[in-house]
Design a protein around this ligand. Structure first.
Ligand code: FES
Length: 146
C-alpha cells in the first residue's frame, strides 16, 4: 500500500501521526525518509518531529532491514499437497507469522502458482526453488539456506 493510501485513512490531525507511522511500519517493515516527508507534509509538521517520533519507538525502524523472503505456493495443487502445513511448520521453526512479521529477520509470504504444480508443495527462498517440501523436511531446507 502506498504512503498516500495510508495517509488518506487518517484525518490530517497531528494526533494521528503515530497511527500513520505504525501503519507504514506494518506495511513496509520500516519508515523511510520518503514516508517521513510524506507524513510531515500531510500533517503540516516539521520533518524532524516526524522522524524523531518514528525513531523513538523500538517497534519502528527508519531503515530497511535486509531479510530473507520465504514464499510458499498457495495454488490449488500445492494446497492439495498440504502447503499450509509446511507454512505452519516454518512459522513454528522461525517464530514468525505468515504475511505478518514486518520486523522479523524473515518474512513468510504466500505466492501464486509457480508453474511447478506436479512438484509441489513449492517453497521459494529468495530465488531458490524447493520442490515437494514436506513439514518434516522443511527444517533441513531452512538450516541450509537461511
Ligand atoms: S499450485 Fe503450486 S506450483 Fe502450481
Amino acid at each position: 500500500m502506498s504512503i498516500q493510501k495510508i495517509l488518506l485513512k487518517f484525518e490530517p490531525k497531528p494526533e494521528n501521526l503515530l497511527g500513520v507511522l505504525k501503519e507504514i511500519q506494518k506495511e513496509n517493515g520500516y519508515i523511510g525518509k520518503k514516508e517521513c516527508e510524506g507524513a510531515a507534509g500531510y500533517f503540516s509538521l516539521p520533518l524532524a518531529r516526524v522522524y524523531s517520533t518514528a525513531s523513538f519507538f523500538d517497534q519502528m525502524k527508519t531503515k530497511k532491514e535486509s531479510k530473507k523472503i520465504i514464499k510458499i505456493c498457495s495454488g490449488g495443487p500445492c494446497l492439495g499437497e498440504k502447503s499450509m502445513e509446511v507454512a505452519r511448520q516454518i512459522e513454528m521453526l522461525l517464530k514468525i507469522e505468515l504475511e505478518n512479521d514486518a520486523r522479523a529477520k524473515y518474512k513468510l509470504e504466500l505466492m501464486s502458482c509457480a508453474g511447478l504444480c506436479d512438484r509441489g508443495p513449492i517453497v521459494m527462498i529468495d530465488n531458490q526453488i524447493f520442490e515437494k517440501v514436506k513439514p518434516e523436511t522443511v527444517d533441513d531446507i531452512l538450516a541450509n539456506y537461511l
